[in-house]
Ligand binder design. Structure first.
Ligand SMILES: CC(=O)N[C@H]1[C@@H](OP(=O)(O)OP(=O)(O)OC[C@H]2O[C@@H](n3ccc(=O)[nH]c3=O)[C@H](O)[C@@H]2O)O[C@H](CO)[C@@H](O)[C@@H]1O
Ligand SMILES: C=C(OP(=O)(O)O)C(=O)O
Length: 435
């Protein structure tokens, strides 16, 4: 079995596409089912590698998992097999994805201890976990890292609510500390909390389960611990990173695409950032319509200086869409500075774009200047390997816009986050073959 896409580019696409449920929300709310012995039903779950791995991991632990239909599952975490955490299987699977770190908070809260092998995820720079463990320690847990087996361990007979100033607004770190605090004794205040829609959704689901959380959507969460949580039903939001990726795809390939049911009010500044690149988009009902565009022109700042697009914790612009913005800028008129502040190694994929004919200067590991080609020159197809999930999709978008054939290897990286992407893009007219 090989794992590559062969793409014949240069053809405009047309049609409607529905975004999958949000990957990063799925990883949080599926971990949260461990907080109760009652049944939790979650719908709109994307059929992607990372999420399926987490569901499998919960099943291995003893959670009763039932697949009701393609995108709806029920979970019942009645009995958890504590021996599983000592097994080789846990070591192999637990470290296989970044999201598995979020089983630690719920396990600690419910059973007083948890272990996790150093988690996986993209190689996009150092990805520390201090925020998670410093938060657990504040709640009264003992933490140790065993360098021999690579396990992080936390232990607590009683978690006690307290004031926690997170050392950074970590997305998964906030989720983990929130999930530990909901069953702690007394009141926990979390300041410098991340507040991405993923976290808002998690907090809303926990509230429906009986948790007492205020400040949802802000960076100051107050949690009054409760004794027990119960079952609930929860539906995932559409994946905002997929929505941004499809906006970029439409613009870069000059395609008319309608993105269905986007829950526009949850997208924050994402549509505006693409609009500042000159891309036209219209809200029709709750769909985003992107007309076919031969030209789009990047705005300058009001003083005439070159636009910078940078990432920031929510409600700032998500780092997960910067690679896509960078690629789309290649065919814009004008220039833009892309500043990836959070991750250190997420811009190196520009090498491949240079080989395709893009005009980009990699200023340093965090910054790249894109000088738009204004569709005067097309990119050319090449063979390349996808280094991470978002660079992978960006390269796919570049390949679909390029003249000639491209091959993208290591597409597991793409498929860990984008559901049946080849089939869905083929339905829009893309020429993609899986080899
Ligand atoms: C499974 C999951 O949900 N993954 C997402 C989650 O990862 P994850 O939760 O692992 O990322 P974190 O929010 O912890 O941090 C991401 C990076 O940004 C840095 N950082 C973070 C906050 C801050 O205020 N300043 C700062 O510099 C961190 O040091 C780290 O290098 O959030 C990231 C940041 O949105 C996204 O890219 C990932 O897709
Ligand atoms: C970096 C990402 O994922 P993860 O945190 O799972 O590596 C992402 O979704 O862009």
């Amino acid at each position: 079995m090989t794992n590559a896409f062969v793409i014949n580019g240069g053809k405009p696409l047309k049609g409607e596409i529905t975004p999958q449920g949000a990957k990063n929300e799925a990883l949080q709310v599926i971990s949260a089912v461990l907080l109760t012995e009652e049944k939790v039903t979650i719908s709109n779950i994307p059929d992607i590698k990372d999420v399926n791995k987490l569901i499998e991991l919960l099943g291995d632990m003893g959670v009763i998992v039932e697949r009701i239909n393609e995108h709806t599952y029920t979970f019942e975490a009645k009995d958890i097999n504590q021996d599983f955490f000592l097994s080789e299987a846990f070591k192999a699977k637990g470290g296989g994805l970044r999201g598995s770190i979020m089983i630690v908070g719920p396990l600690l809260a419910r059973f007083g201890k948890a272990s996790i092998p150093k988690p996986g995820g993209d190689k996009i720079g150092r990805r520390r976990l201090d925020t998670h463990f410093l938060g657990f320690e504040k709640l009264g847990a003992q933490f140790n890292y065993n360098p021999e087996n690579g396990f992080f361990n936390v232990d607590a007979s009683n978690l006690q609510g307290t004031y926690i100033l997170l050392d950074e607004a970590s997305v998964t770190g906030t989720a983990n500390v929130v999930m530990a605090a909901v069953l702690a004794k007394g009141t926990t205040t979390i300041y410098n909390a991340a507040c991405e829609p993923y976290l808002q959704q998690l907090c809303k689901m926990l509230s429906r389960m009986g948790a007492r959380i205020s400040g949802i959507g802000s960076n100051l969460l107050t949690i009054e611990g409760v004794e027990k949580l119960g079952g609930t039903e929860h539906r995932l939001l559409p994946d905002m990173i997929e929505i941004g990726s499809f906006i970029g795809l439409a613009a870069m390939t000059g395609s008319e695409i309608t993105i269905k049911d986007v829950q526009y009010k949850e997208l924050g500044m994402i549509p505006d950032v693409f609009k500042r690149l000159g891309i036209k988009l219209e809200l029709r009902g709750d769909d985003i319509f992107i007309p076919a565009q031969d030209h789009y022109e990047i705005e300058t700042f009001i003083d005439g200086s070159i636009m910078t697009i940078a990432d920031a914790p929510w409600p700032g612009f998500t780092p997960d869409l910067l690679s896509i913005v960078l690629v789309v800028a290649i065919q814009a008129k004008g220039s833009v500075l892309i500043h990836q502040k959070m991750f250190e190694s997420r811009l190196f994929f520009v090498d491949k774009l240079l080989d395709m004919g893009a005009q980009i200067i990699l200023c340093d590991p965090h910054r790249a200047t894109v000088i738009g080609l204004d569709n005067q020159v097309k990119l050319r197809g090449i063979s390349m390997t996808s280094p991470d999930i978002r660079a992978g999709v960006s390269l796919l978008i570049a390949a679909l816009s390029a003249q000639g054939q491209s091959t993208i290897y290591n597409i597991e990286q793409i498929e860990r986050g984008y559901q049946h992407i080849d089939t869905r893009l083929k339905a829009l007219g893309a020429d993609i073959t899986r080899i």
